[in-house]
Write a protein that binds this ligand. Structure first.
Ligand SMILES: Cc1ncc(COP(=O)(O)O)c(C=O)c1O
Length: 366
């Protein structure tokens, strides 16, 4: 049997006619930039995120970049985040010329350990960027408390966690702004790159809106040095189709997770911890296991897709060497990088496939 980590062809097969019709409408209209479909998606995303405003952008990376630029964060400023994440979070901080300042993760959730934030706040700190990793929100109340005490922006990197909740509040709606990615592997993934920023701050929203179009308002009159961060209508229409399935897909992921949780009970595998304050959307199902690399090879040999998210924490990446961090500085992130393994969790996974994956893993553990 073959079990991929993700099977987007299976998803496409179920919605192919709708997607083709929607894309064809855009092509017929030749409204290839901006327009009503982008605005419709923005309205709907704002609504499902319990936010007043949303701006569609070209990627999750550009959602973060646009937001940092809209806050005028740059050289001389510091932004606090975690190193156990995808590159984009830290990369954007560095690209605007600010200094990424890392705090370690909570080893249970892989998200920021809020108790460590205050110790690294300086007079240069402008923002905290918690990352809602693998589909589950960070522990936001204490993050917001520290931010409130020091007058800091909170930018939620919610790229992996659209519609997940923390104490009933939606990811992206808790901080000053929330950034989403529509990379195809996300629970809500486009047919290419895309992203969205949500906020309840009207003034910030206006800046983000202008910033995505070279900072111009009106056309050819440039208020800020922005960029081309626009979301294409072709992505918007595909996302509008997929949005109608998002909740059912996230529920299927939760059911698949429940199956694995049961199958791995009593084994050496640490299944994902779900904070009782959170409803996760399981963008990834990430287990921890001491002999991770051997299991990784074993799964590959048995035609099971799996991935290491993420093998090298950001503070140990070559390009961030100038920050001066060393091995041992952020031990929980480093340990996680050696032990994590993401298993197939996508909604179209069949019972037989899950049986096979669990069986191969359990026999490896014997
Ligand atoms: C945590 C996190 N932040 C940011 C991004 C960047 O999103 P994109 O790939 O859409 O630029 C991603 C996506 O891959 C992500 O997982």
């Amino acid at each position: 049997m073959q079990v991929p980590l993700l099977d987007l062809k299976a998803q496409y097969a179920a919605i192919k006619d709708e997607i083709l019709a929607a894309v064809s409408d855009v092509l017929e209209s030749q409204r290839c930039i901006g327009g009503p479909k982008v605005a419709e998606l923005e309205k709907k995303i704002a609504l499902i995120c319990d936010c007043k405003f949303a701006v569609g952008v070209s990627s999750g990376t550009d959602a973060i970049l646009n937001t940092l630029m809209s806050f005028d964060i740059g050289p001389g400023d510091e932004v606090i985040t975690t190193p156990f994440t995808f590159f984009a979070t830290t990369g954007c901080i560095a690209r605007v010329g600010a200094k990424p300042v890392f705090v370690d993760i909570d080893p249970k959730t892989f998200n920021i350990n809020p108790g460590l934030i205050e110790a690294v706040v300086t007079e240069k700190t402008k923002a905290i960027m918690p990352i809602h990793l693998f589909g589950q929100t960070a522990d936001m109340d204490p993050v917001m408390e520290v931010a409130g005490r020091h007058n800091l922006y909170v930018i939620e990197d919610a790229a992996q966690s659209i519609t997940s909740t923390y104490k009933g509040r939606k990811a992206g709606s808790i901080g000053t702004a929330g950034c989403f990615s529509f990379f195809p592997s996300k629970n809500l993934g486009g047919i290419g790159d895309g992203g969205m920023i949500v906020t309840n701050d009207e003034e910030l929203h206006h800046r983000q809106f202008i910033m995505r179009n070279h900072g111009s308002e009106p056309k050819y009159y440039h208020k800020y040095v922005g960029g081309n961060f626009r979301l294409d209508p072709i992505q918007a229409v595909a996302l509008l189709v997929k949005l109608t399935h998002l909740d059912e897909w996230s529920e299927a992921r939760r059911q698949n997770a429940a199956y694995y949780n049961e199958a791995f009970k009593g084994t050496a595998i640490r299944t994902p911890y779900v904070d009782p304050n959170c409803v996760t959307i399981y963008n990834q199902y990430v287990i921890r296991i001491p002999h991770r690399d051997e299991l990784f090879e074993h799964l590959k040999k048995n035609n099971i897709g799996c991935e290491i998210y993420y093998p090298v924490p950001m503070h140990l990446q070559e390009c961030f060497g100038y920050l001066g961090y060393e091995e041992g500085d952020l031990p929980e992130s480093e340990k996680a990088a050696k032990e994590v393994l993401a298993l197939p969790i996508y909604p179209e996974l069949t019972d037989e496939m899950q049986d096979y994956v669990a069986g191969v893993i359990c026999s490896f553990l014997l």
